[in-house]
Each structure stands twice: as C-alpha cells, then as structure tokens.
Design a protein around this ligand. Sequence first.
Ligand SMILES: NC(=O)c1ccc[n+]([C@@H]2O[C@H](COP(=O)([O-])OP(=O)(O)OC[C@H]3O[C@@H](n4cnc5c(N)ncnc54)[C@H](OP(=O)(O)O)[C@@H]3O)[C@@H](O)[C@H]2O)c1
Length: 268
Amino acid sequence: MNTLPFRGKNVLITGASRGIGLAMARAYGAAGATVLMMGRDVDALARGADSIQRAGGRAWHHVLDVTDDASVARAVDAARAAQGHIDLLINNAGVYFQQPFLEQDPARGRLELEVNYFGALRMVRAVLPEMLQRGEGTLVNVSSVLGHVAYPTNANYSASKAALNAFTHALRGEVEARGVRVLLFMPGHTRTENGLSVKLTRVPLQEPEEVAREAVQATLRARPVHVSGAGNRTFVWLSGLFPNWARNYMREVARVSFATPVLPPGRS
Ligand SMILES: NC(=O)c1ccc[n+]([C@@H]2O[C@H](COP(=O)([O-])OP(=O)(O)OC[C@H]3O[C@@H](n4cnc5c(N)ncnc54)[C@H](OP(=O)(O)O)[C@@H]3O)[C@@H](O)[C@H]2O)c1
C-alpha cells in the first residue's frame, strides 16, 4: 500500500487557517503532498504550516481573500512561482450566518454568496487553464449537505452551496474529457468554529479530522461526489427518494433548534 500517495503533488487549500481546511492540510500533508495553505489570517496559516512541517510534512502558505480578484491572482502566481504547478485545488473557504431570511442583514447574505460561490469560481478561473494545458489536475469544491437539502434559517448559505453543486456538475461535463477531475465534496455538521455556531439540534457532529481523511480517500478514488459521514450519506440518499420528507425534517430541526418560530412540518 502506498502510504504517501500524494508525494510530489501540490495541493492548494483555501480556508486552511482553521477548521476543516486546516485538518485537510494536515491530512494531505501526511499523505505526502506539499500543501499550499491560503486564507486571510496569516498568523494562523503560519502556525498551521509550521505544525505540518514539524510533523515531517511539506507546507507553504500565502494570504488570500477569495472575494478579491487581485488577491486571488497574487496568491496563485506566488504559489506557482514558489512551488510549481497546482495538482489539486480544494475550494474550502466558507462563511455561514444562521438567521431567518428577513432578519439577516442583506450584506451578510451577499457575503455568503461572495465567499462560498463566487470565491470558488475565482479560484477555478485562476487555476483551471493551466490544468487544461497540462491535461491533468483535480478540482474539489467543498459544498454542504445543506446545499442538497436546504435548511430554514440558512436560506442564503443553502443557496450558495446549491449553486456550487450545480456549477461543479456542469464544469465536470466541460473538463473531465480533457483530463481534469472535478469532485463535489459535501460535509455535514462538523465540529469547527463555523459548524458549532449553527443550531442543528439532533444532527450528529463529525470531527474535522474525520472529514479530512474522507476527502483524501475521495480524491484518491476519483469520485465525482462524496458525502462525508455514513449518517449524512444515508440522509442524502433518502432525500432523493423522499424529498418532501427531507424538507419537513429540516424544517423540524430548525424549529427545535432556533429560537425564532419556524412553521411546523406540513404547513406553508
Ligand atoms: N462545519 C460544518 O458544519 C460544515 C458543514 C458543511 C460544510 N462546511 C463547509 O466546509 C468549509 C469549511 O468550513 P469550516 O467549518 O471549517 O469553517 P471555519 O472553521 O469557519 O473556517 C472557514 C475558513 O474559511 C476561510 N475564509 C473565510 N472567508 C474567507 C475569504 N474571504 N477568503 C479566504 N478564506 C476565507 C477562513 O480563513 P480566514 O479567516 O483566515 O480567511 C477559514 O480558514 C466551508 O466551505 C463550509 O461551508 C462546513
């Protein structure tokens, strides 16, 4: 068995300063990759990269704001200049604000789309042309189970991830025959700063390390879609068979979880 399947590969991870992104950086680093860690918090990135290097891995970091075209161009250029071509891009950076739609500041809702959806598109525009030229590479878009079954009190977040899902499937159809693989990776509720800020009573939490291990495995197996966690996979599968049940389930979770009254199942 190859214990370092990503040896010699450059893996760029956005939002690698904490949470799932940092856990992914550690997991790909342990699998032999050189991890190119990006995000806005440079001190946290430096600490993360240092911990990977002390564990014997290879890590490099650069500041990045995925909402800013110039920042994306600078970061990707710097990564190529320092480490060479990018083999795998993981669009993981994300923000999440839980609030009923009418109570949410529209600027926050817009930011969810800017980071979670348009941020990923900016990164793909910067990285994909070189992958197509080389005829190889992998893009991983980190979506969410909530992009598959929308969650009341998270309308904009769910919309941002549903948009990312559709984009990912469409892009795969354009580039797969030219050697570039495209993976849609959907975590469920995960124990991170972001994840713990969400009220999701009754929904089990996965550890970020577990999610990161699944990401490594999913990219090795060349899957088009991977839902993290057996419980989440069952829920997504059942939601395909029984979409109304799944929507009502989410409505009930939101009603129990959130202080603001949400309509009970069956009433709209
Ligand atoms: N946790 C969950 O329950 C859960 C469930 C499903 C899906 N997800 C998805 O998994 C991904 C990671 O979530 P997480 O829970 O690990 O969140 P987190 O702990 O809050 O980390 C979010 C990361 O995104 C980065 N980020 C935010 N805005 C950015 C920007 N404008 N430019 C560049 N980086 C930015 C942050 O870095 P800086 O602050 O340093 O910029 C941070 O590293 C997200 O896409 C999220 O939607 C999470």
